[in-house]
Design a protein around this ligand. Structure first.
Ligand code: HEM
Length: 140
């Protein structure tokens, strides 16, 4: 009897485990591609009108940067995209980006997420992914 009970419990536990859905990706939790598009739109708007760093983007083709940022934000947050741009060192080498400029970029990124309706918790999760790229992007 004991063995039967244990077997039933085991089967139930494994069945439940099997059925439990994997946790949704950060990408899905934030609202998927429409939200990533909005964040990117807001971010580029802010960068281009940020008088302290806009000069760095004077030769930028907006649509190209938009596409790359969308793919990168999507991929890094666990979404179904493939970033095919330059790696972060290549993309920013020769621009002599300072820590202070990186901080301005991050502030613009936070506002871009805020304005896209991303929760504080998800903003932090995104920052945890992108903040460690500072050393690749900057040249202090
Ligand atoms: C974690 C922080 C950052 C991320 C994730 C990021 C991401 C990117 C990506 C994906 C590209 C496109 C690369 C390609 O063309 O293949 C790019 C280009 C660029 N980024 Fe960043 N970036 C970051 C920080 C910064 C900062 C702090 C600045 C300046 C203040 C900056 C300025 C630029 C510029 C000027 C370009 C070149 C745009 C062009 O092609 O004309 N980035 N970045």
């Amino acid at each position: 009897m004991k063995v039967v009970t244990l077997t039933v419990v085991f089967l139930l536990v494994t069945a439940c485990h099997h059925n439990s859905k994997p946790e949704a990706s950060l990408f899905d939790q934030m609202g998927g591609l429409p939200v990533i598009e909005k964040i990117t739109e807001n971010l580029i708007d802010r960068l281009l009108s940020n008088e302290k760093i806009a000069f760095l983007f004077k030769e930028t083709v907006r649509e190209d940067l938009h596409e790359k940022i969308v793919d990168q934000l999507c991929q890094e947050s666990g979404g179904p995209c493939q970033y095919e741009g330059l790696d972060m060192v290549e993309a920013h080498s020769g621009q002599d980006i300072k820590y202070s400029e990186f901080d301005l970029f991050v502030t613009d990124f936070i506002h871009a997420m805020e304005d896209a309706g991303v929760s504080y918790q998800h903003q932090n999760a995104m920052l945890a992914i992108f903040a460690p790229m500072r050393e690749d992007v900057t040249h202090q």
